[in-house]
Design a protein. Structure first.
Lengths: 628, 358
């Protein structure tokens, strides 16, 4: 059968190529789409590429990527080539043993390599950042260089080297003039491979980078968490094209090297020299351009930084700008989704954050695990002058001698109800058990808050670990379950604004916001009492920029800054001077934002339950949720 | 005899616990063409590499021109090597290859240019300066390798099976070429080969080696005509090696028939080996010789016929210009001068010294 006329083969090939390249083509097309929508073509534009060039963070990450890739390539090429030469001179058994060991980083799962490197750096007390990523990249690049150089090395007769020695050459000169030129194509091919791998890597970089340092791949990943911007399509398209070019060059080198091995022609060497020269020139000039671009970024910043780890949407971004402008300290700012995630990150990889903002019970846990540093109070005049005494006193529940934390935001938990739908006075948690409101009640989908409601209603401590009391509370919650519309967190706010429910358990800070959106919503702290919580700034025991961290905390305690934050995030500020400065009288005197002392005296902070307590609550919560 | 140039004394060398050279002693004289001959693994190349400085002996000394050079690096020795696979620098042209050693010695450009011309003329490759090595034939490449070595005016040229990779015709041409070069240059050649014909053709002095021991040293004629043991006899040319008994001086019993010979001093009724070269075996009509036999095989080799004759229970190899067809009944006759009597190895040590066939 004539192969050319077989349509099945062609269709098969076509389908394979379609599967392989359709996603990339889609990405590249979208990177030129004027419309931000993924479904609609809004015309052709270079806008996203232009935005990219103006985005200093992306440029910074790109410079990091290229600098790391370039240095890692050079170092791993030298080491890998030397290793290949040495291995060729070894006995076969030793050689295959060493080859097996050196290939491990290549066959090993990236995640294992990444985690083990991270652990090693931690044990050695290396600060995660540029150097650790560089070392990691060199580590996994070496096998790729060897993979390319070793087979070529095996084909080179040692007598060429010996001939040079014989003619009077010193050993290194002989190597440089005889073996190196023959190895050159394989070395270039291997180094291109290493460069590509380095640019490509995400997993290992992610585990070894620490905080505030990003390469392109980790930058893209963190962007994706916030939702994909079209600029990311553009960036991905650029990376794809760059890697493609490198791979093609690397293949060409291998081809040349193969040709050379079988039947070298006079011109072949010239050609390789030329290509090698072009590659080297292109690489070097690219690196110089990007280093110049990033000059203001990477190198000038190292000295004055502070690494901040805060809860999501828990600051006015303008405050960060103001701080940077005034102090010249660069803020490397990361956000966490929950106290537990923050704790895991700090405890596991020792990410070098200087200053953190956990909640009360988490601060207690971190103090008991020796993860925090005592504050240098003389450096915090604003914190001493403007934060109310009563908040420090409340903070003693989790920070007994006020040594570790400066209160940042605080609030209560209460009932939000719709006056249009609830025509009686709300002053007890009991109303959440009233069958009249079946299907109209929203509960917090959180163990502590749900049990707090049940325990407070019975007059028990909200930190109770008495199994009988917990059993009673559990039974109550199960009894209540049929009346509850849903166990939710953020949706309490939205559903109440939208008149979708009559009653909901909510944080006071959210209550102020909902009041603006829906006039009929009223916030109440029931007579039985409730939870008062405090989030505070603390300094990590591993902090490196302690002075900058103190400056950051004290800056946030300035009345006008605290006011900016209060107006942006609407959670109550413990800053008395800021409270005075609130312009809106209604809010300034709001009992929701700033409940009176009598109300506060009925509220308790959460304390850590201990392991046994955690276990009891978890089991009870499971029963409640399965009854739901 | 001219003066001693190189002497190896008590050289031992082993790899991975395997003894390659054992207490080797060897003297090389100025201006001689000396060949180390032996089967692969006999230690000849190792010996050459020790002289060249590419290997260091475990024990013993290398003396060059009165100086101990045992620990001297190869690039500091006054000798040059021609490698088996040419080992030309493939990314340099011919002129650069030849100039490699001279440039390291910082010679002037004019000197280098003259030397290149001289060397190319010497190896009959004038006009090849700007060719690349890969565009030359094997024989041409080997001549360039020689040119590259000799421009450095070494006192000794080491050649490690330089013709091994060439085909037969080219090899024979190169043999004459090497003899001519040796005469023109007037330096010492140390030549390694496993090809006995090459060794016999070119050498002034042959050292036959086996399993790390020197079996016999001497001129080509000595080695060929008077092999000292069965290994040498077998390795150098074709031979009939037969177990025999020395009846008394000048009389030896071979396959039950007594032959007069010229050897003495082996004692009486002593077991010995005799070597009779195939061209020394005469086939005469039945009744005129010593042992009766029948021709069992014949092939035409050009200059002579090669025949196998079954006689006295032994298969004789016979070279003759006269054809005796298969089945011809003949007698074997050997001239007394052509019977070479050798001691049989008596002890196991002697056996290890190389009687075993390669």
């Amino acid at each position: 059968m004539n192969r050319k006329t077989n349509p099945v083969e062609k269709i098969y090939m076509g389908i394979i190529f379609l599967f392989m390249y359709a996603p990339i083509v889609t990405l590249i097309v979208l990177s030129f789409n004027k419309s931000k929508s993924r479904a609609k073509w809004g015309g052709f534009t270079f806008q996203w590429y232009l935005n990219l060039v103006q985005d200093s963070e992306v440029l910074n990450a790109m410079a990091n990527t290229l600098i790391i890739a370039l240095i890692a390539t050079i170092v791993s090429t030298v080491i890998g080539t030397a290793a290949s030469v040495a291995l060729t001179g070894m006995k076969r058994r030793t050689r295959s043993l060493i080859m097996g060991v050196t290939n491990i980083p290549m066959i090993n799962a990236d995640i294992v390599t990444g985690i083990s490197l991270m652990l090693l750096f931690k044990v050695l007390h290396f600060d995660a950042g540029f150097i650790t990523v560089l070392i990691a990249h060199i580590t996994f690049d070496i096998p790729y260089v060897m993979l390319s150089v070793l087979p070529r090395m095996k084909t080179i007769s040692p007598s060429v080297y010996e001939a040079a020695l014989d003619l009077g050459a010193e050993p290194f000169f002989a190597f440089r003039r005889t073996i190196l030129p023959d190895l050159a194509p394989a070395i270039i091919s291997g180094s291109l491979m290493a460069f590509t791998m380095s640019i490509d890597d995400f997993i290992i970089t992610y585990f070894t980078k620490g905080s505030g340092f990003d390469t392109l791949s980790t930058k893209i990943y963190s962007e994706v968490k916030r939702g994909i911007r079209p600029e990311i399509y553009a960036l991905s398209a650029i990376i794809f094209v760059a890697v493609l070019i490198l791979l093609l060059l690397s293949d060409r080198m291998k081809l040349q090297s193969g040709k050379l091995a079988s039947r070298a022609r006079a011109g072949g060497n010239e050609k390789i020299k030329k290509i090698g020269g072009i590659v080297a020139l292109a690489g070097v000039s690219l690196a110089i351009i990007l280093m110049a671009l990033a000059f203001g970024g990477v190198f000038s910043k190292k000295s004055t930084q502070v690494f901040v780890y805060n809860a999501g949407e828990y600051i006015d971004p303008e405050v960060i700008e103001l701080f940077q402008k005034e102090t010249g300290i660069e803020v490397v700012y990361d956000e966490f989704e929950s106290n537990e995630i923050m704790y895991a990150k700090i405890a596991s990889d020792g990410a070098a954050y200087d200053v953190l903002c956990p909640s009360d019970y988490m601060i207690a846990k971190m103090i008991s695990n020796d993860m925090l540093m005592k504050l240098d109070w003389p450096e915090l005049p604003n914190a001493q002058n403007y934060i109310g005494r009563q908040y420090y006193e409340s903070a003693q529940a989790f920070d007994p001698s006020n040594e570790y934390a400066v209160p940042y935001c605080w609030g209560t938990v209460g009932i939000l109800y719709n006056r249009e739908m609830v025509h009686e006075s709300v002053n007890s948690w009991d109303i959440l058990w009233n069958p009249k409101y079946k299907g109209e009640i929203l509960m917090q989908d959180s163990i502590r808050d749900a049990f707090m409601v049940a325990l407070a209603r019975r007059g028990y401590s909200i930190n109770s670990v008495d199994p009988d009391e917990i059993n009673t509370a559990t039974a109550d919650l199960i009894e209540q379950a049929p009346l509850v519309q849903a166990y939710v967190i953020d949706q309490v706010r939205d559903k109440m604004i939208g008149n979708e429910a009559a009653l909901g358990v909510i944080y006071s800070g959210e209550a102020i916001y909902t009041r603006r959106e829906n006039e009929n919503l009223e916030y109440v702290i029931p007579d039985e009492g409730s939870n008062v919580w405090i989030d505070g700034w603390v300094i990590s025991r591993d902090a490196r920029n302690i002075e900058n961290a103190l400056a950051w905390i004290d800056f946030l305690c300035r009345p006008e800054i605290a006011l900016m934050n209060f107006e942006y995030i609407t959670y109550s500020t413990p800053n008395l001077a800021a409270q005075e400065m609130i312009e809106d009288e209604e809010i300034r005197n709001s009992k929701v934002a700033f409940p009176d002392d009598e109300t506060l005296s009925r509220c308790d902070t959460y304390v850590s339950l201990g392991e046994e307590g955690d276990r009891l609550y978890n089991e009870a919560w499971k029963k409640v949720k399965s009854a739901d | 005899m001219s003066k001693e140039l190189i002497s190896l004394s008590h050289i031992s060398k082993s790899y991975d616990g395997q003894l390659i050279l054992d207490d080797l002693n060897l003297v090389i004289h100025e201006n001689e063409f000396m060949t180390l001959l032996g089967p692969s693994g006999c230690g000849k190349t190792t010996t050459l590499r020790i002289i060249g400085g590419f290997e260091t002996p475990d024990q013993g000394k290398v003396i060059f021109d009165g100086q101990d050079i045992t620990a001297l690096a190869p690039n500091k020795r006054q000798l040059n090597t021609v490698f088996q696979k040419y080992a030309l620098f493939t990314h340099m042209d011919i002129a650069d290859n030849i100039a490699f050693g001279l440039r390291i010695k910082n010679k002037t450009d004019q000197y280098i240019k003259d030397k290149i011309q001289y060397a190319l003329k010497l190896v009959n490759l004038e006009g090849y300066e700007h060719r690349m090595p890969d565009s030359l034939s094997g024989g041409q490449q080997q001549r360039i390798a020689i040119a590259r070595a000799i421009v450095n005016e070494p006192k000794v040229l080491l050649l490690d099976e330089p013709l091994g990779a060439l085909d037969l015709k080219l090899r024979q041409d190169m043999q004459y070429e090497l003899i001519r070069l040796k005469k023109e240059l007037g330096i010492t050649f140390i030549y390694v080969t496993h090809d006995q014909e090459e060794a016999l053709t070119m050498s002034d002095h042959i050292v036959v080696m086996n399993q790390g021991y020197i079996q016999q040293e001497g001129t080509p004629e000595d080695i060929y005509n008077e092999p000292e043991n069965a290994f040498v006899a077998d390795f150098i040319g074709d031979s009939n090696i037969i177990t025999a008994t020395m009846v008394k001086d000048e009389l030896v019993r071979i396959l039950g028939h007594e032959f007069p010979c010229v050897d003495k001093g082996f004692g009486t009724e002593k077991p010995v080996d005799v070597v009779i070269r195939p061209e020394d075996v005469e086939l005469v009509p039945r009744g005129q010789g010593a042992i009766p036999g029948v021709v069992s095989h014949i092939i035409f080799k050009g200059v002579h016929y090669e025949m196998e004759v079954q006689a006295g229970g032994f298969e004789w190899l016979v070279h003759s210009t006269k054809e005796s067809p298969v089945g011809t009944e003949v007698d074997i006759r050997v001239d007394p001068f052509n019977i070479q009597v050798m001691n049989k190895p008596a002890s196991e040590d002697e056996q290890a010294l190389g009687v075993e066939e390669a």
